[in-house]
Design a protein around this ligand. Structure first.
Ligand code: URP
Ligand code: ZN
Ligand code: ZN
Length: 464
C-alpha cells in the first residue's frame, strides 16, 4: 500500500516518456511502473503529463538588492508561486553586502526561510567582499554545509568585483568545491553607454536596453570564462540574453572548458520592443541584462535545442511596479538609472517555456524536462534527489494539462507582485496538480500547505 499513487499518466523524464503509475511513500518515490498496487490516496492522471517538479536555479527571494530594496516575495509567497507553476525546488541567493560576514548572512537567510518556506530550497552565496577571511575561512565551511555555489557581479557598483578579486574567488571556489555563477556585463561599458544617453536627455525607461549593450555582455562573458580557465574553476554564466554572449560560451565548451550557462523566459519570449508602452508601464520590463531582439531570441532557442545552454531559470527578482518600495522608489519620472532592475517569473517559467518551446517544436519534451528540472538539479548538486522521477528520488511531481490555454493575468498568480511583464500572453500547457515531497500542494486551483513546510536541501560539493 502506497501513501499516494499517481495513476495512468504519461511520465516524462530527460530519457523519454512512458505510460506509468508513480507510487509514493514517506515523501519519496518508491515505485514507477504499470499497474502498481493501491494507495491510501490516488490521483487519476489519465491523459495528463507527469513531469518532475521543476528546479528553479536562479531566483531572488527575501533579498536586499544592489539598490538596497527588498524583493517583494518572501519564502512563502515565492514558494507558493513556484509550486503553482510546477516548480518544487528553488535556489535563491544569500547576498553578502560589503563589510558583512558571509557566514552571518547565510545564517540570517536560514532564519527567514525556516519558518516561511513553502517549497524545498538551497542557497547560492553572493560574494561582494572577498576578504581573505571570507574566501579562506567562511567559504569552505559554507560549501561543506550544502551551499556549493556562489555568484559574483561584474556590474552594479554596490556588488561588483574587480578582475583580480574574481581570480581570487575562482581560485578559492575551485579549492572549496564550488561553482562560480557570473553576472557578466562590462561595468565600464555600461557606464559609458549610460552617460551617452543621459547627455542626450534620453532618460525614459525604454532607454534602459541601449544603456547595457549586447557587446558589454559578450565581452564580460568572454573575460569571465578566460579568468575561470586561468584559475581552473568551474564557471556558470547566468541569464544569457544575446548572441554576443553565446559565442564565447560555445567556443569555450568546444575547447573543453568547464563552462555552463542558463537563459531565462524573459529573453525567450519578450523583446525590447515590448517596452513600447506609455508612461511608467515600460518600467515593468527593466531587468539586467536587458531585453534584446528577435535575432537574439532565435539564437537562444537554438542554443537550448543544441545543448549550448544547460537550463532555463526565472531570475525572479520581484519589485512591484506601482509601489514606493518597488520600481517607483524614486517616483514616476525617475530616469532609468534609478529604477530597480528585475522582473518576476517563478510561476510562469515552466508554462512559458513549455508553451513557446515544446508546443512550437523548438525543443523536445525530454529537453524541456532536462532544461527546467534535471540539468539544474545535476549542475547544482541536487540530483538524483531532485529533478527526476525515479525510485529513491523525492516525490516532487507536477501533473500537466498540456491543452489548457490561459491568458496570463497577474490576478491569477500567487506571488506578491502587482504586475507581470507577461500579462495578456496566451500560454498553453499548465500544471494542474503539484506534489512536493509527497504532499499535494496545488490541486484544482487550490493551494494546500503551511509556511515552513519547505526544507533546506544541502547540495553536494563538486569535490564529493
Ligand atoms: O535585473 C535583474 N536580473 N535583477 C536581478 C539581479 C541579478 O542581477 O540577477
Ligand atoms: Zn544577475
Ligand atoms: Zn538574478
Amino acid at each position: 500500500m502506497f501513501d499516494l499513487v499517481v495513476r495512468g499518466g504519461t511520465v516524462a523524464t530527460e530519457a523519454g516518456t512512458e505510460c506509468a503509475d508513480v507510487g509514493i511513500s514517506g515523501g519519496v518515490i518508491t515505485a514507477c511502473g504499470r499497474r502498481l498496487g493501491p494507495g491510501t490516496r490516488e490521483i487519476d492522471a489519465t491523459g495528463r503529463l507527469v513531469l518532475p517538479g521543476g528546479v528553479d536555479a536562479h531566483c531572488h527571494v527575501d533579498q536586499k538588492s544592489s539598490s538596497g530594496l527588498m524583493t517583494a516575495d518572501d519564502f512563502f509567497t515565492a514558494g507558493v508561486s513556484a509550486a503553482c507553476g510546477g516548480t518544487t525546488t528553488i535556489i535563491p541567493f544569500a547576498a553578502q553586502h560589503r563589510g558583512q560576514s558571509l557566514r552571518a548572512v547565510v545564517e540570517a537567510y536560514h532564519e527567514r526561510a525556516r519558518s516561511r518556506a513553502f517549497v524545498d530550497y538551497g542557497f547560492h552565496l553572493i560574494v561582494s567582499d572577498p576578504t581573505p577571511a571570507v574566501l579562506e575561512e567562511e567559504l569552505p565551511g559554507l560549501v561543506a554545509d550544502g551551499c556549493p555555489s556562489l555568484k559574483v557581479y561584474m556590474t552594479y557598483d554596490a556588488l561588483k568585483v574587480t578582475d583580480r578579486q574574481m581570480l581570487a574567488i575562482f581560485d578559492a571556489a575551485r579549492r572549496a568545491g564550488a561553482i562560480v555563477l557570473v553576472h557578466a556585463e562590462n561595468s565600464d561599458a555600461v557606464a559609458w553607454a549610460t552617460g551617452r544617453l543621459l547627455a542626450q536627455g534620453l532618460t525614459e525607461p525604454r532607454c534602459h536596453p541601449a544603456s547595457r549593450p549586447a557587446a558589454a555582455e559578450g565581452e564580460a562573458t568572454n573575460r569571465a570564462i578566460a579568468l575561470a580557465e586561468l584559475a581552473g574553476a568551474d564557471v556558470f554564466i547566468v541569464h544569457v540574453s544575446c548572441r554576443e554572449a553565446l559565442a564565447p560560451i560555445a567556443a569555450a565548451r568546444a575547447r573543453g572548458a568547464r563552462v555552463w550557462a542558463e537563459t531565462c523566459p524573459q529573453y525567450l519570449v519578450l523583446t525590447a520592443a515590448d517596452m513600447d508602452l506609455p508612461g511608467f508601464d515600460m518600467a515593468r520590463f527593466i531587468c539586467s541584462p536587458p531585453l534584446r531582439n528577435r535575432d537574439d531570441q532565435d539564437a537562444l532557442w537554438g542554443a537550448l535545442a543544441d545543448g549550448q545552454l544547460d537550463l532555463v531559470a526565472s531570475d525572479h527578482a520581484p519589485y512591484r511596479l506601482r509601489d514606493p518600495l518597488g520600481k517607483m522608489v524614486h517616483g514616476e519620472d525617475a530616469p532609468f538609472t534609478k529604477i530597480p532592475n528585475g522582473i518576476s517569473g517563478l510561476e510562469l517559467r515552466m508554462p512559458l517555456v513549455y508553451s513557446a518551446g515544446v508546443r512550437t517544436g523548438r525543443i523536445a519534451l525530454a529537453q524541456f524536462v532536462a532544461l527546467t528540472a534535471t540539468n539544474p538539479a545535476r549542475i547544482h548538486g541536487l540530483y538524483p534527489r531532485k529533478g527526476t522521477i525515479a525510485p529513491g528520488s523525492d516525490a516532487d511531481l507536477a501533473i500537466w494539462d498540456t491543452g489548457l490555454e490561459r491568458v496570463v493575468a497577474q490576478a491569477d498568480l500567487h506571488d506578491a507582485m502587482d504586475d507581470s511583464p507577461f500579462e495578456g500572453r496566451v500560454v498553453t500547457g499548465w500544471p494542474v496538480t503539484t506534489i512536493a515531497r509527497g504532499e499535494i500542494v496545488w490541486h484544482a486551483g487550490k493551494v494546500a500547505g503551511e509556511p515552513g513546510r519547505g526544507r533546506f536541501v544541502a547540495r553536494t560539493s563538486r569535490l564529493a
